[in-house]
Ligand binder design. Structure first.
Ligand code: ZN
Length: 311
């Protein structure tokens, strides 16, 4: 299985258009040891020919152009066989509307995510230009599905959805008349298995905690991508960037006694370990920061755009 990181930053990217935090300022003016990152999305492939996108960021067009594996091999063609969504946040789904040039799309998502994106969304009609333009294939928690392209040809990968503590996307919160209670299908992690080799990727870019079912899903993976949004729980308020703490946004921070670095220490002995969905405020983006060194000393890599892992 080949895994190609198309984008490694959390929503907003790095730098973020309206952010003048020390990280964003420093990467703009070149005074930081850090590289810009686009918003999180990863491509996976069993054979190097057909690719599956995990999430579709608002920067999908540039991300496709950045990687020749995703370039067309004919006058009208795309190597993107299917798309899998981990939640309905705009940084994960907005790119779907950019893939509107009358090409059949196959999207695997929970029913909650499908409804959240399509219901009452007049812009979704741009993906309904012809009857089969989008094929939604439902992901059910705990059930492994064979990933296949629009013509039904399997692409050599299987995926299972795992419920992860999370929340609905901000734009679906507090809608008049809508069901607002959180649902296990709001936010999922993915176990991706190569049908031929049995090698496993655990892809968990947004996690508000690590309950036993999530820990089990991580434990048998050969490679783990995990939520690297924040280093500390008060990262935004501490920098004067609003009142929301990491927990309010359903992200488990990396650092601290309660963080994922401590929670997962010694529990993923053989897996390649990667933090992704890194917010622009996170000190791990600075290659010479103590936080970066602490994560790397524990065996973690901070994902970057263009990073590749082969399992
Ligand atoms: Zn910033």
């Amino acid at each position: 299985m080949r895994i190609r990181v198309l984008g490694s930053a959390a929503g907003g990217g790095f730098p973020q258009w309206n952010c003048g935090c020390p990280n964003c300022r420093g990467v703009r003016d070149g005074t930081l040891r850090a590289t810009p990152r686009s918003q999180e999305s990863v491509a996976v492939s069993a054979d190097g020919a057909d690719w599956v996108l995990l999430n579709v960021s608002p920067e999908v067009r540039a991300q496709i152009e950045s990687f020749e594996g995703l370039h067309p091999r004919g006058p009208r063609h795309s190597p993107i066989a299917a798309i899998v969504l981990t939640n309905g946040d705009l940084d994960h789904v907005l790119g779907l509307l950019s893939l509107r040039e009358s090409h059949p799309l196959v999207i695997y998502a929970t029913e909650r995510m499908r409804a959240g994106f399509t219901d009452g969304n007049v812009l979704y009609r741009t993906l309904e230009r012809f009857p089969e333009q989008v094929t939604w294939r439902p992901l059910k928690l705990g059930r492994e599905e064979t990933l296949a392209g629009a013509d039904g040809t399997p692409c050599g990968l299987l995926v299972e959805a795992v419920a992860v503590p999370g929340k609905p996307p901000i734009h679906l919160e507090n809608r008049p008349g809508a069901r607002t209670s959180p649902d296990p299908e709001d936010n999922i992690g993915l176990r991706v298995r190569d049908a031929a080799t049995g090698r496993r990727l655990a892809y968990f870019p947004a996690a508000g905690g690590i309950p036993p079912a999530v820990a089990d899903a991580l434990a048998d993976a050969d490679c783990v991508f995990f939520d690297g949004t924040f280093w500390s729980s008060d990262e935004l308020p501490a920098q004067g960037l609003g009142a929301k703490r990491a927990a309010d946004m359903a992200h488990l921070p990396i650092g601290g006694r309660e963080g994922s670095l401590a929670a997962l220490r010694g529990r993923l002995p053989s897996a390649r370990r990667v933090y992704i969905h890194v917010n622009n405020t996170n000190p791990v983006l600075r290659e010479d920061s103590p936080e970066r060194k602490e994560a790397e000393a524990a065996g973690w890599t901070i994902a970057w755009d263009g990073m590749e892992v082969t399992l």
